[in-house]
Design a protein around this ligand. Structure first.
Ligand code: FAD
Ligand code: SF4
Length: 340
């Protein structure tokens, strides 16, 4: 049985108290929200914080608010289940509701939070293992070792961003508010990633994500999320893709975006998707052709590696399939795309 190491749990009741605790304990402290990622990682010896600062009692960080301009504000400790089931999120940001509905399984979505999903640690099949397992292998660059088992001779960790909601937030042009000991700042989700699997975020380890802001989308907004996974529940993505389509009143594509996850350390935007789909009317043969072309773009640009479970060749073959199906689903106002 894997046991949690000893640590002190702090439960502040406001953001200022949480920031003060993170500042006081520095690198000895870590934040916990739902604990569905942090605690398993601590059991595996991947993190050894002396102090864990829980956000669970901070009321101001919870809830979904409809903004008068048509946008949304989602508190960081809002659960994935709340996001998935929210009529507001389903209406204003359908891809986000769909992605949240496919994270893990029901119990984990009841505990897991919006902020914890954005701040999820990158994943790798050589890293998300017990201490015994990793020691037998001689560890790796991300924790305790000097080599990478994915890229022979590699000097940079390529563990994969595996958070289902991150690519949807990117297609929605969302931003995140972080609190730190200098105050608070807004970071565009698009700009918060680094190509470094050890820590793939621009905000520092001690900064607290307090809320997400999703701006009002276009009148003809359509969104969907597609997720490849081994089973119909519980599994992390073997590949995930978020789609946004902006349609005019005739159903013609004005703008489009596709962002994929479970590939490299940062979510990956597929280039030239908008150029390919612009001017195509949904429901027509020309849209279907353009969706295939966009899927081919993803096939060329997204190259699954052996960093996460699932044979990389199989995952690669499924990339264009999932991108095409998810584009079609968004066009039809449907989704999510997954198998059960
Ligand atoms: C069996 C299993 C299957 C899973 N499947 C999926 C899946 O399919 N897709 C997926 O995306 N995830 C999956 N997860 C991971 C996890 O359940 C979710 O990502 C969840 O959203 C994490 O949220 P949390 O609140 O539990 O995060 P926590 O575990 O509390 O925290 C996760 C990380 O984020 C940091 N953190 C948390 N909140 C904040 C904040 N507000 N500000 C700054 N840092 C913060 C923590 O320090 C920690 O490093 C799975 C987990 C398990 C155990
Ligand atoms: S990508 Fe390489 S360095 Fe990073 S966790 Fe995996 S094996 Fe370790």
């Amino acid at each position: 049985m894997l046991r949690l190491p000893k640590f002190r749990l702090e439960e502040p009741t406001d953001v200022a108290g949480a920031v003060a605790l993170m500042s006081e304990h520095g690198e000895d402290a870590m934040i916990v929200a739902g604990g569905t990622d942090l605690y398993p990682n601590m059991k595996h010896g991947l993190f050894e914080p002396k102090v864990v600062v829980s956000l669970g009692r901070i009321a101001e960080m919870r809830g979904i608010e409809a903004l008068a301009d048509g946008g949304l504000r989602i508190g960081a400790t809002t659960t994935l289940a709340e996001m998935a089931q929210s009529a507001l999120v389903q209406e204003r940001a359908p891809a986000l509701a769909q992605a949240a509905s496919l994270v893990a399984g029901p119990q984990l979505r009841t505990m897991g939070t919006a902020g914890g999903n954005v701040m999820l640690d990158t994943r790798c099949q050589w890293y998300n293992q017990t201490h015994f397992w990793r020691k037998s292998l001689g560890y790796c660059l991300k924790k305790d070792g000097t080599v990478c088992h994915v890229v022979a001779g590699g000097r940079k960790c390529v563990a994969a961003a595996s958070n289902d909601t991150a690519p949807t937030l990117m297609t929605l042009n969302a931003s995140a508010t972080f609190a730190n000991d200098e105050g608070s700042r807004d970071v565009k989700i698009d700009e918060m990633w680094k190509a470094d699997g050890i820590w793939n975020k621009e905000p520092g380890r001690g900064e607290i994500l307090t809320s997400l802001h999703i701006p009002a989308q276009s009148k003809g907004h359509r969104g969907a999320y597609g997720k490849l996974r081994d089973r119909g529940s519980i599994d992390y993505p073997l590949f995930g893709c978020a789609v946004r389509l902006d349609l005019d009143s005739e159903g013609v594509v004005e703008d489009a975006d596709v962002v994929c996850v479970a590939l490299v350390a940062r979510p990956l935007r597929i280039k030239k998707v908008a150029e390919t789909l612009r001017g195509k009317k949904v429901g027509t043969e020309s849209f279907a052709e353009a969706a295939k072309e966009a899927a081919d773009l993803a096939d060329t640009q997204a190259k699954p590696m052996d960093n996460i479970p699932g044979e990389s060749l199989y995952r690669r073959q499924m990339v264009p399939v999932y991108v095409r199906r998810t584009l079609q689903a968004a066009a039809e106002g449907k989704g999510p795309v997954h198998h059960v």
